[in-house]
Design a binder for this molecule. Structure first.
Ligand code: URA
Length: 188
């Protein structure tokens, strides 16, 4: 295990464990507070993230930021990462072998950050972290506790761009997270 995010990010920058490294412009390691109590996990970088090297800076990220602003969630107090650190071609879902090749980096990030709450954005995050038996429509909005971490699955913000109705549930789920954080004195 690597003990600092900085050191780990340098290793990720040179990663060639799967073919996603061949076409990337940048690795997208993660961003935020090294001691965050609340961590958000998405799927993988899109075109904008690949260019900027930062997660959730494109259209879906802007929508998520609006919700953060509306609910008083600070991007500087939380941590945001993805299941895979390199952009899958045409924004396809990462293959199982790509996710598996990358997951040790995310596990190492979790060990360093020690979040109390992990928000799983969409099916890819949910299934790779908690298991293939879960599905986002049934699991969203309910706390799942595992090894001392409370998980909250919710829709991926890109799904809200396709279906506006999901915005209501997404907002409700973020409210649950915000309230849980406040009542436990967690940074958010
Ligand atoms: N979608 C994701 O899952 N992650 C990002 O960083 C951007 C879009």
């Amino acid at each position: 295990m690597i003990e600092s995010l900085n050191e780990l990010s340098k290793i990720v920058e040179k990663c060639n464990k799967c073919d996603l490294c061949l076409k990337r412009k940048n690795t997208v390691f993660g961003v935020g507070n090294e001691n965050a109590d609340v961590m958000f996990i998405g799927e993988g970088p899109g075109a904008d993230e690949d260019i900027e090297g930062e997660p959730f800076v494109g259209k879906a990220g802007k929508l998520m930021n609006q919700a953060f602003i509306g609910l008083g969630i600070s991007r500087e107090k939380i941590y945001i990462a993805n299941i895979v650190k390199c952009r899958p071609p045409n924004n396809r879902t990462p293959l199982k072998e790509e996710a598996n090749a990358c997951l040790d980096y995310l596990r190492n990030q979790v060990v360093i950050i020690k979040p109390k709450i992990i928000v799983l954005l969409g099916n890819t995050a949910l299934k790779n972290i908690l298991g293939d038996e879960f599905g986002i429509t049934a699991a969203r909005g309910k706390w799942i506790e595992k090894k001392g971490i409370r998980y909250m699955p919710t829709f991926h913000p890109a799904a809200l761009l396709r279906d506006q109705v999901k915005k209501i549930d997404f907002w409700k789920d973020l409210e649950l997270i915000k309230n849980e954080a406040i009542s436990n004195n967690y940074k958010i």
